[in-house]
Design a protein around this ligand. Structure first.
Ligand SMILES: [Zn+2]
Length: 288
């Protein structure tokens, strides 16, 4: 597995902290883009600059990682993360979707239960992405994805109706459904790193209650999948990532079994990517 990072840096700080030949200055010269494989000289240059720059926000504007697997690694993986990248607005809450704040963690705000169906505006369903999520991480699937998931054994209780505003009222969508966050959840193994950015060793965003693991996942995700994913086809992680701010909510990751992964690849679905999951064997309780 190779990890290719795409960093956007503020050029004022990058000029001070990085050699000129690292990355490319963008546009009018206010930003620099560095695309670098983990461990490469350019990656190490960004890492060294981040160690020197204690005020992280003055150097690192944003980052993104793509994990690339060999065919053998994909063939060996038992489960995968399903990562929606198509983001739509507005959030359900802006259209009347109800959340029960009393069920949320008082510290990090994670886990507020959605009450009732998802209400959304028509523009959130425009375009042909099969999988999309709102800025509040409400996941919406095309009906062909729902059908494919059910054909490989995902239970109907994982899907909820989507109501779309039209002509002053709401009507139930015939083309889309919501993917519901339902237990049982899959335990994330302690080998998984969380935090703000790849060089964060302080685990930024972790809730003391343990429900939100950090702002972002920083490494390949290691899971103790046990039988849960095999039996159900699709399940969510036990911990959340992200933060509660305005309409944003911490959210869980989606884990799918190999048969579900293969069905979705066959369908050539759009709007998401996949990552192999490192499966950590469960230790039977009489041994652990
Ligand atoms: Zn919490």
């Amino acid at each position: 597995m190779r990890e290719v990072y795409d960093f956007r840096l503020f050029e004022d700080a990058a000029r001070r902290l990085l050699p000129n030949h690292v990355g490319n200055v963008l546009g009018v010269g206010s930003a620099r883009r560095v695309v670098a494989e983990r461990g490469s000289p350019d990656y190490q240059a960004v890492e060294a600059a981040m160690r020197k720059e204690t005020r992280r926000r003055t150097l690192l504007a944003s980052w993104h990682v793509r994990r690339r697997y060999t065919a053998a690694e994909v063939a060996a993986a038992r489960c995968f993360l399903l990562l929606p990248w198509k983001v739509v607005e507005p959030a359900g809450e802006e259209c009347g979707t109800q959340y029960d704040a009393a069920t949320a963690c008082p510290t990090c705000g994670a886990g507020a239960a959605q009450r009732g169906d998802l209400f959304i505006r028509g523009r959130a369903l425009r375009g042909d992405a099969d999988i999309r999520q709102t800025i509040a991480n409400e996941v919406i699937l095309s009906s062909r994805v729902r059908d494919a998931l059910m054909a490989v054994g995902v239970r109907s209780s994982m899907f909820g109706a989507v109501f779309v505003r039209a002509r002053g009222g709401f009507s139930s969508s015939t083309t889309h459904v919501q993917l519901l966050d339902r237990p049982p959840y899959v335990p994330v193994d302690g080998a998984t790193r969380f935090g703000d950015h790849p060089f964060d060793e302080r685990n930024a965003g972790r809730c003391p209650a343990g429900d939100t693991a950090g702002l972002n996942v920083l490494s390949e995700v290691a899971l103790r999948t046990g039988q849960t994913v095999d039996e159900r086809g699709l399940a969510f992680t036990d911990v959340f990532c992200g933060r509660r701010a305005g309409l944003l909510r911490p959210s869980r990751h989606i884990v799918i079994s190999r048969p579900v992964y293969e069905a979705l690849v066959r369908l050539r679905i759009t709007g998401c990517s996949f990552e192999a999951v490192r499966d950590v064997p469960l230790i039977p309780s009489h041994l652990g």
